[in-house]
Design a protein around this ligand. Structure first.
Ligand code: DQQ
Length: 560
């Protein structure tokens, strides 16, 4: 055998022997598998867990069922990357092996301790099906891929008991720890008492012995169970991220909770009183159906991390579930994708967060296609050709000149999702609907419309962004909810832009340069692969101007 072939064989056996998994595909016909959104090779995936950067390697762990395409048998799947775009799969990092996690290894977070030592806190399900919190540490700190994890012999470190009276079926998902000025680490854990959602606070000197604080960090009546809380500082008037332990004069704090009852991620901006160890939101408690959300479509159990390198970003991961039936998920052999990681920061207004896909995703862009500046007349549809429309990145910017034609906003129209579902893409308005038809079939039997409508209200204009799934597929077994969000953009003085990341069965849209995000899952039957088309459209009576349109076909990333 030639020396080069021997080297190749040795390399392959080394890869296999060191926890790099052989990619293994699911069923053969796979029009809905994504090309640049993270997925394991097959089976069920839900929450992103413990994302971090360690020795130049990005780590993503995730809730994973190694045995099938539905939730169950939960372990921590693990993949690594050098660029957050291309990913290598590893063996499961954390799996049931102790009494304290024998019935499942549920969500949790990583924390980088002093001297750069990463640790993971996660929820274990014990033999009584009680939720408890466990610690795991890397076996070998010199392995940048952190392939093996050992669990603390002291597990569980936090558990419900007759003294603390914590509800043992509602005690899960520890956050990344933050270090207070008093030298104590803190974490919060999602919980509820009756219908009051709460973030139970624990403190520790050494990350092993934890004591419950007298009061939760924060709670809100009638909000139900809080899953996967996240608590971190953001800088005022800067897009840079900061370490989770930083607490200074130029910072605000964000508390995000994943509401189990509605399956949406809501957040509050506010201040953290470190002496009292409480969070004070700027504008009141969490509600089940209103308030600021990371994403007004499908996006849940998200988690941020601070990457701590020269890029200084806080990066957000979020799970995007299927909209198809369980039977279809089983048939295709997988379920769940992760949204493209997003940089996240505080808007200059201080009133909301802004998100934008990480810059690295642009390395997948192929030749750029542009449309010249032009007027998009009411009732017109314009094809954007030259991009592989099933796998694309597109940004369109509009100029609204005929604002006088905007419809008057009825004061009772306060729910953007309801408004979008009443006024879908086929309902003609004054200014709008205008935007993009993505994953569209040639004869427009199928399309997903992502669009704006502009309303007049007192002395200002209100911008509504919608993602309408009602015509996405001829297969009506899928969830066809139309999602909506109000976007804080003033169309008189600001440009109105829309970016969509289209990837076979996911459409991730960013309105107003990241002020409102809507993610949808769709399963066209005609508009797949080369049969998918992309259009700009205006179904209003007023004309709108397209100032710029850039579209790119996207290369396939190396994912698992
Ligand atoms: N998923 C995990 C839980 C978490 C839920 C279980 C959120 O830890 O509360 O897979 O999707």
């Amino acid at each position: 055998m030639a020396a080069s072939s021997k080297c190749l064989l040795l390399f392959i056996s080394l890869l296999l022997g060191h926890g790099v998994l052989q990619p293994e595909a699911a069923a053969d016909n796979q029009p809905y598998r994504t090309s640049y959104h993270f997925q394991p090779p097959k089976n069920w995936m839900n929450d992103p867990n413990g994302p971090m950067l360690y020795k130049g390697i990005y780590h993503l762990f995730f809730q994973y069922n190694p045995k099938g395409a539905v939730w169950g048998n939960i372990v921590w799947g693990h993949s690594t990357s050098t660029d957050l775009v291309n990913w290598t799969p590893h063996e499961a990092a954390i799996y049931p092996s102790q009494p304290s996690d024998i019935n499942g290894c549920w969500s949790g977070s990583s924390t980088i301790l002093p001297e750069g030592r990463p640790v993971i806190l996660y929820t274990g399900i014990d033999p009584n099906n009680h939720q408890v919190q466990n610690l795991a540490m890397p076996k070998n700190l010199s392995d940048p891929f952190l392939r093996e994890w050992v669990k603390s012999q002291d597990n569980p470190l936090m558990a419900p008991n007759s003294h603390n009276k914590i509800n043992s079926s509602s005690f899960r998902d520890p956050t990344t720890g933050w270090l207070g000025r008093d030298g104590y680490w803190r974490v919060i854990i999602g919980s509820k008492i009756n219908q009051k959602g709460l973030a139970i606070l624990y403190k520790s000197k050494n990350f092993v012995h934890w004591e419950e604080a007298k009061k939760p960090l924060y709670s809100s009546k009638k909000s139900g169970m809080w899953e996967c809380p996240d608590f971190y500082p953001v800088l005022i008037k800067s897009p840079l991220g900061i370490d989770t332990s930083i607490d200074g004069p130029n910072t605000k704090h964000v508390l995000k909770v994943s509401l189990d009852d509605t399956k949406h991620d809501y957040y509050k901006i506010g201040s953290y009183n470190q002496n009292k160890d409480i969070f004070i939101p700027d504008n009141g408690p969490f509600h089940k159906n209103s308030g600021l959300r990371y994403d007004y479509g499908k996006f849940y159990a998200s988690k941020t991390f601070f990457e701590g390198n020269s890029k200084h970003r806080r990066i957000l991961w979020g799970w995007v579930n299927e909209s198809s039936s369980v039977e279809d998920d089983i048939k295709k052999g997988w379920s769940g994708v992760q949204a493209i990681p997003r940089s996240i920061w505080l808007d200059n207004s201080g009133k909301q967060l802004v998100q934008w896909p990480i810059k690295e995703i642009e390395t997948l862009r192929l030749k750029e296609v542009n449309l010249p500046k032009q007027e998009l007349k009411g009732g017109s549809v314009l094809e954007v050709s030259g991009v592989t429309a099933a796998q694309a990145d597109v940004i369109i910017t509009f100029e609204i000149t005929e604002l006088s034609k905007a419809e008057v906003l009825d004061p009772s129209w306060t729910d953007p999702q309801l408004l979008c579902s009443r006024k879908g893409a086929s309902v003609k308005g004054g200014i709008g609907p205008f935007g993009l038809l993505v994953l569209a079939s040639k004869g427009l039997q199928e399309y997903t419309a992502v669009f704006y409508r502009i309303f007049k209200s007192h002395n200002k204009y209100v911008v509504l962004m919608c993602s309408d799934q009602s015509r996405s597929s001829l297969n009506h077994e899928n969830d066809e909810t139309t999602y909506g969000a109000f976007v804080d953009v003033d169309p008189v003085h600001e440009k109105l832009s829309l970016r969509s990341l289209i990837d076979h069965s996911i459409v991730e849209s960013f309105g107003g340069e990241g002020k409102a995000c809507i993610t949808a899952r769709v399963y066209p039957t005609l508009a797949t692969d080369a049969e998918a088309h992309l259009y700009a459209f205006n179904n209003g009576t007023g004309n709108v101007g397209i100032t710029t349109l850039s579209g790119w076909s996207m290369k396939k990333a190396q994912i698992n």
